[in-house]
Write a protein that binds this ligand. Structure first.
Ligand SMILES: Nc1nc2c(c(=O)[nH]1)N[C@H]1C(S)=C(S)[C@@H](COP(=O)(O)OP(=O)(O)OC[C@H]3O[C@@H](n4cnc5c(N)ncnc54)[C@H](O)[C@@H]3O)O[C@H]1N2
Ligand code: MOO
Length: 379
């Protein structure tokens, strides 16, 4: 299957998960399941944009008191020729014509003078956002600023799609999990890489299982997991130790993507189990696993989490790369403004190039050598 079609198939394979109501602080990075509206007008009252004097009528003005933000409002409307000392954010008394900033005020005993145009430095109730207006639409991913905006608008909790739970199964008789690998063995590089990829896709890890290259443990890992998605690493190919496809057949899973025309990441797969949960097979070659993680797993997880499809990012490559004759090539690059530079060192078995990079450039077989789409790498 073509690379772009495989990504779309992954997006379309699932629907957003159910919604949960969470305190603001817990909703960072999650997608809204319903819009955030302003529960109050913003700002909530006419107030001063400057520290200075709220003045009525033409100057000079007799100063008749002071108002502070959060303090008691001025007891009576201002009459022409009077002023009150006022702090930024404090409610302006009725009758206020403008606020004269303190640095523009000339003091003459109990009177102040200065020039200020009508309406200057007064923020009117509702001028930023009227009460009831939608601030953020459904599917917006909550950022730090988004949480602040929701708090300004009077919210304590948000209705968001729950995070997808992902069980990880790392297979391979040859894998070691610590230290320098002994002769003939290799360190597991995918186990340490996946949590960052899952977090960046709005998902959470729900258990990691290590399996030898045998089918029985794999069947249990797929059927007994309570995760929404099971990711199986390193059993996707056609070798005698690659059991994933056989196990999926035995479980009567519907294989939606069986191999993607991309390099690396060629033998990746996506299947849906009879109960609707998904299985993603990532190739064992570590850079191929990363490429597949961005091709099938990330779109699947962002749909489950209810997020919008991000607008594509593009850049011009600073050095020539020859596209593959038939497959989409994924190349590790570093971005700088509108350009991207290949890092090299990005053969399927090596994560060195990807570790130096901040994106993968997507080069289809018919790439014209101009702009390339970039997939940002998780940080
Ligand atoms: N006859 C064919 N052989 C292979 C094909 C093919 O189409 N026909 N495809 C090749 C490609 S492309 C890839 S990618 C790999 C995918 O293989 P598997 O997903 O079955 O993975 P393994 O065979 O178990 O391992 C491949 C390679 O990666 C190393 N590995 C595995 N897991 C990890 C890990 N967690 N951390 C680090 N390295 C890992 C493993 O030692 C092997 O060197 O198949 C090709 N063969
Ligand atoms: O496509 Mo494999 O995924 O080259 O390494």
């Amino acid at each position: 299957m073509h690379w772009a079609e495989a990504r779309q198939t992954a997006r379309d394979a699932v629907k957003p998960l159910e919604s949960v109501e969470l305190p603001l602080a817990d909703a960072l990075g999650m997608a809204l399941a319903s819009p955030v509206r302003a529960l109050v007008a913003l700002p909530g009252h006419d107030n001063s944009a400057m520290d200075g004097y709220a003045v009525a009528g033409p100057g000079p003005w007799t100063v008749a008191g002071a108002v502070r933000a959060g303090g008691a409002p001025h007891p009576s409307p201002l009459t022409p020729g009077t002023a009150v000392e006022i702090a930024t954010g404090a409610p302006v008394p009725p009758g206020t014509r403008a606020v004269l900033p303190v640095e523009h005020a000339v003091h003459k005993g109990r009177r102040v003078a200065g020039t200020v145009p009508d309406g200057k430095h007064v923020r009117r109730r509702g001028e930023d956002c009227p009460e009831g207006r939608e601030l953020l639409g459904t599917a917006t991913t909550m950022t730090a600023a988004g949480l602040g905006a929701a708090a300004q608008a009077g919210h304590d909790t948000l209705l968001v799609h729950r995070r997808p739970r992902v069980a990880v199964v790392v297979t391979g008789d040859e894998l070691e999990t610590s230290g320098r690998p002994r002769p003939g063995r290799v360190r597991d590089a995918i186990g340490p890489m996946l949590p960052g990829l899952l977090r960046a896709s709005g998902a959470e890890e729900h258990g990691l299982t290590r399996l030898a290259d045998r089918p029985d443990g794999l069947t249990e890992a797929l059927t007994e997991s309570e995760a929404d998605v099971v990711v199986v690493c390193g059993a996707t190919s056609a070798g005698p130790a690659d059991h994933l496809r056989g196990v999926l057949r035995a479980l009567r899973a519907e294989v939606r993507v069986s191999g993607v025309a991309c390099r690396p990441g060629h033998p990746q797969l996506l299947a849906v189990l009879l109960d609707g949960r998904c299985v993603v097979g990532l190739p064992g070659n570590p850079f191929a696993a990363l490429a597949a993680g961005l091709t099938l797993l990330q779109p699947l997880l962002t749909t489950l989490g209810g997020h919008r499809v991000p607008s594509p990012l593009t850049a011009r490559l600073t050095s020539p790369v020859t596209p593959h004759a038939e497959d989409t090539k994924l190349v590790a690059v570093t971005r700088s403004g509108a350009t991207a530079t290949p890092t090299g060192h990005d053969r399927p078995g090596s994560l060195w190039g990807a570790a130096l990079a901040d994106a993968l450039a997507v080069l289809p077989p018919d790439w014209d050598g101009a702009e390339a789409e970039l997939l940002p790498l998780p940080r």
